[in-house]
Design a protein around this ligand. Structure first.
Ligand code: AMP
Length: 186
C-alpha cells in the first residue's frame, strides 16, 4: 500500500503511523524524524533546518524535497510506503507527485486524521514532558497549528480532488483509531 498520512501536530499521527507500519509491513517515512536526525547528527542540512523547526515554521521546500527524493529512491519503498509529515503544503504535494510519477509509485490513498484543537493542545503538552522536544513549547505549538491550518490543511483538498482522500475520526483510543484507519484502507 502507498499511503500519505495527514493530520495536525498532536493528532496522534506518529503513534498511528508506527502501528500501521507494523500491520501493513511498509516503511514509515517521517520527514520530521529525518529532519530531527539531521539536526542531531549536525549535518549541513540539519544546521539549515534547525531554526525553522525550533520556531514551528516549515523548513524550506527545497531542503525537504532533497530528503524525500533520496528516501523514496531506496529499494524498500518498492513494497509500499507510509508517508508522515510530507507533503506539508500544496507545492510539496505537486513535487511529490512528480517524484513518485518518475518512480512509478503513485499515492494510492491519503488518510486524514481529524481531531479538535483542545485535544491537540493537551496531547502536545504531554509529549513535551515525555520527549522533551524543543518545538513543543506552548508558543511554538500555537505557531505549528497556525502553519498547519494555513499551509497544510489545503493538502487534504488536493487529495480529495484526486479522489484519494479518506477522513478518519482521530478521537478515541489508540486501538479504536487504528481500526478506523485499517477499515479506511480496506
Ligand atoms: P513533525 O515531526 O512532522 O511534526 O515535524 C517537525 C518539524 O519538522 C515541523 O514543525 C517542521 O519544522 C519540520 N518539517 C517536518 N516535515 C516537514 C515538511 N514536509 N516540510 C517542511 N518542514 C517540515
Amino acid at each position: 500500500m502507498r499511503i500519505v498520512l495527514l493530520g495536525p501536530p498532536g493528532s496522534g499521527k506518529g503513534t498511528q503511523a508506527a502501528l500501521l507500519k507494523e500491520r501493513l509491513d511498509v516503511p514509515h517515512i517521517s520527514t520530521g524524524e529525518l529532519l530531527r536526525a539531521a539536526v542531531r547528527d549536525q549535518t549541513s542540512l540539519g544546521m539549515k533546518a534547525k531554526a525553522a523547526m525550533d520556531a514551528g515554521e516549515l523548513v524550506s521546500d527545497e531542503l525537504v524535497l532533497g530528503l524525500i527524493e533520496e528516501r523514496m529512491g531506496a529499494a524498500d519503498v518498492q513494497s509500499g510506503y507510509l508517508l508522515d509529515g510530507y507533503p506539508r503544503n500544496l507545492s510539496q504535494a505537486r513535487a511529490l507527485d512528480d517524484v513518485l510519477g518518475r518512480l512509478d509509485l503513485p499515492v494510492e490513498k491519503a488518510l486524514a486524521l481529524t481531531v479538535d484543537e483542545e485535544q491537540i493542545v493537551t496531547r502536545l503538552a504531554r509529549r513535551a514532558e515525555e520527549e522533551g522536544r524543543s518545538d513543543d513549547t506552548e508558543e511554538v505549538v500555537r505557531n505549528r497549528l497556525a502553519v498547519y491550518r494555513e499551509q497544510t490543511a489545503p493538502v487534504a483538498g488536493y487529495y480529495a480532488d484526486k479522489r484519494l482522500l479518506v477522513e478518519v475520526d482521530g478521537m478515541g483510543s489508540i486501538e479504536e483509531i487504528n481500526q478506523r484507519l485499517m477499515a479506511a484502507l480496506s
